[in-house]
Design a protein around this ligand. Structure first.
Ligand SMILES: Cc1ncc(COP(=O)(O)OP(=O)(O)O)c(N)n1
Ligand code: 3NM
Ligand code: MG
Length: 200
């Protein structure tokens, strides 16, 4: 078993289907679960977050909300993930409740350093491959990954189309974990996929 962490991100598959999978894989050791949902009504989103929160508390997996500080403030979650177009890390850190986990997307060493200095707890770095979860994700090179790794100390989660079969040595060497959605949540045997990530 390796020491790389797995960061699971929800997708647009039916929520009940995702919940069934989460009940099987959260006990296997998942570092973070991110709720990523861009199109639901407030009511539906808050209901889903409530259900995820119960499950995450049970297995002691921090629940991270994508993009939305307003949602973070009114739900029982542990963190927020911020991209380049979202609120800046420095302002969120300033007003966030103590110990809120703040993650940030970085596709350049400059942004990685800026986010680390502003108080980010981890970085999401990618995309390494085309992603069916996020079709327009901008790809980055292995050289950029190396530069980002060299420029920050906080944990880096590689992201974008990752599966247990396409993690190159370059990716493996420079990340602390894998942020994954489709490879786990759209697979008929998600438990085996998680075990395969852990066995790399
Ligand atoms: C772990 C992790 N890394 C990167 C992203 C991408 O965030 P962002 O750039 O804000 O894009 P959207 O996910 O909001 O489309 C992420 N969500 N999680
Ligand atoms: C949400 C997200 N952000 C990306 C980025 O590169 O910023 S790639 C991505 C999708 C990750 O899901 P999957 O494992 O299914 O490709
Ligand atoms: Mg975002």
């Amino acid at each position: 078993m390796n020491t790389k962490k797995i960061y699971l991100i929800t997708n647009s598959n039916p929520f009940d289907q995702q919940l069934k999978i989460l009940k099987k894989v959260l006990p296997l050791g998942i570092e973070y679960l991110q709720y990523r949902q861009k199109s639901l009504s407030w009511e539906q989103a808050l209901d889903e977050i409530h259900q995820l929160s119960i499950l995450c508390n049970l297995f002691e997996v921090p629940l991270i909300i994508n993009d939305r500080l307003d949602v973070v403030t009114i739900t029982d979650c542990q963190g927020i993930h911020l991209g380049e177009d979202d609120l800046p890390v420095k302002y969120v850190r300033r007003i966030a409740r103590p110990n809120l986990i703040i993650g940030a997307t970085a596709k350049t060493p400059e942004r990685a350093q800026l986010c680390e200095n502003a108080g980010a707890d981890y970085l999401g770095v990618g995309a390494f491959y085309q992603s069916s979860t996020k079709c327009n994700a901008k790809l980055i090179s292995h050289e950029t990954l190396k530069q980002i790794r060299a420029s920050v100390k906080i944990p880096i989660f590689g992201i974008g189309g990752l599966t247990p079969s396409n993690i190159t040595e370059d990716i493996y060497e420079h990340v602390d974990g894998f942020a994954v959605s489709d490879a786990i949540l759209s697979n008929a045997d998600p438990v085996t996929v998680v075990k395969n990530f852990k066995a790399l």
